[in-house]
Design a protein around this ligand. Sequence first.
Ligand SMILES: [Fe+2]
Length: 187
Amino acid sequence: MKIEGLFPEINEIKNVDLRSKVEHSLEKAIKQGGWNEQDLHRIPFTLLIPDLVNEDLSVKISIIEHIRVVTQMCIATYEKYDQLGLGDKLNRDELIAGGLLHDVGKFIEYERDENGCIIQTAEGKFIRHPAMGLELVYEFDLPLIVRQAIVFHSKEGDKISRLKEVEIIHRCDFLCFAPIKQIFEEN
Ligand SMILES: [Fe+2]
């Protein structure tokens, strides 16, 4: 499975070493989760919006689409900061890497049950994807920003001071969740 084909945004990472670590992290997560390419597009990005899943078990917004959109929002945010003359205050490569990897743990937090429905694994319920993701990528020695994005992008990080890039990832992630939840609840 070509990571670059699933997540073309990976090509925006200029540092070759970081790009390869991101690629290996995603590969490992998908492999460990036991997902094939077709399955990946049938994983909803969250289990908190039941209407994301259609009757035929296809999904309206997959985890792949969510990760890509969050990363694209991070890149767009970087561009706005650059317009404000603040581009050099952010690490663009690590911001993109963090966007691509923030939900890496979801590939092992979720599994398919005997009816074909996506559910949380037993470990997933008690450890959740942020900690599972950090544990999963340990061997790749990722930069601090990227590791913090994985472990503290969500509510786990609410009492932690997030790094600037992680603050952006956290907010883009939330933008790609809370209003969407409202939209589905309206219908
Ligand atoms: Fe996310």
